[in-house]
Design a protein around this ligand. Sequence first.
Ligand code: AMP
Ligand code: ZN
Length: 492
Amino acid sequence: MFPIFFSSATDPTKGARPPLNLYNTLTRATERFTPLRTDYVRMYNCGPTVYDFAHVGNLRSYVFADILRRTLLLNRYKVLQVVNITDVGHLTSDGDDGDDKMTLALKREGKPLTLEAMHEISTKYTEAFVADLEQLHIRLPSVMPRASEHIDADIALIQTLMQKEYAYRTSDGVYFDTMRFTGYGKLGGIDLTTLKEGARVEVHHEKRSPHDFALWKRDESLGWESPWGTGFPGWHIECSAMAMEYLGKEIDIHTGGIDHIGTHHNNEIAQSEAATGRPFARVWMHHAHIMIEGTKFSKSLKNTITLRQLVEHGYPALAYRYWLLMGHYRTPMNFSFTALDAAQTALKRLHRLFVEELGMVKTGKKDPTYAQTFLLRINNDLDTPQALALLWEVAKNQSLPKGVKRATLLYFDKVLGIGLTELANSREERQSLSIVSIDSDTVPDAVQQLVSEREQARSAKDWPRADALRAEIRNKGFLVEDSSQGPQVVSV
Ligand code: AMP
Ligand code: ZN
């Protein structure tokens, strides 16, 4: 028995729009989503700081935003999506201390401290970021504005805040006066008394309140001209300015990682709402973090992993997407190679099933009951683990006509984006799966020996050696695939 809001018995996506429930950090409740305009959603996802390759933890942000966008599309909304590129102004802390991350990148890569060199570096990492998105089947946003190309908009917004007396000058720039903004810290219910300056950031004697934050930072050596001297916009003002430029003064959804709630997003709210006098974003959504072997990703611990590293080690990027979808976006997840192996095996099994059982089948009509259930699950605050469970139920259902099964799985893939659509549309994709697992008895001893040496190298995280051994195995006509049951050898 399904709820009556589905007006059509055969297609749940026709007729009245089903409820889409999303958790809103602002109200701390799961709410029925309704956009400001009937069928059109304006969404801003805080984007990457392009001073280095994104690590796989960062990429959760964009897989989450992609699932959200695809879910909105499945619910027949049009979506205008902005993901900014921070190529200037993000300090190494969320407060106003530390170095600018882009300046650090210039020093790290031995480049001169010039805006041209900064542009060159940020272009390199923006391209790498876009390549990551593509590999993860993340649809490219409608707009990806670069902060460095919106300095004028930042300056105009700061001027408005100055005129309205929400901002004041100091010897090192311009600051936002948080005491003037009623309700500062409302997102996430931040207790302002616990944010004591001095514990976390250096005391700044010209600031009126410890929570005040920089809108413009003077820097005579590098930066842009402004009425307050050469320098940089603050990281927070960039997001407000770009969001409002492309999406308007009031937007529907704003997202980011949970680390953004306390400072970055509260500051975005304060600046934007002080300037316009209107609520900035109606729904604020935040994903939990990815940990690695139980600890935080951290450059100093040398435990960051990039998508390209996973691919170099033989994992398809989609296995990482699949692994992410196994967890709900608000649940912290612990990355490990064992977990990724299991995701890779499951995804491969799904792809093989799709190609072998359904590859030659003509697509029929999707099963309406399964389609409704899928929509209910994904509309329940993007419950991807439950959506995947349903996908497997369908995949294993032997009584479903094959054409219907194929159509139903392809319908799910519109949101999940785990490669079934590509398998259906591309013969090359299908052929890439036509490798045959072989019995371990028929694998020559020499190859078996290489496989066990590679396992030892993998256990010791000696990736160069593991990769070299994989190449040697390949030269002998075999492929080694990693699964939760250990390595499997297949002929090529
Ligand atoms: P950044 O490039 O540092 O501005 O971060 C890009 C995105 O990655 C932000 O939305 C962060 O909240 C998010 N992020 C940073 N670390 C992690 C992590 N370990 N797991 C998940 N998301 C993260
Ligand atoms: Zn932002």
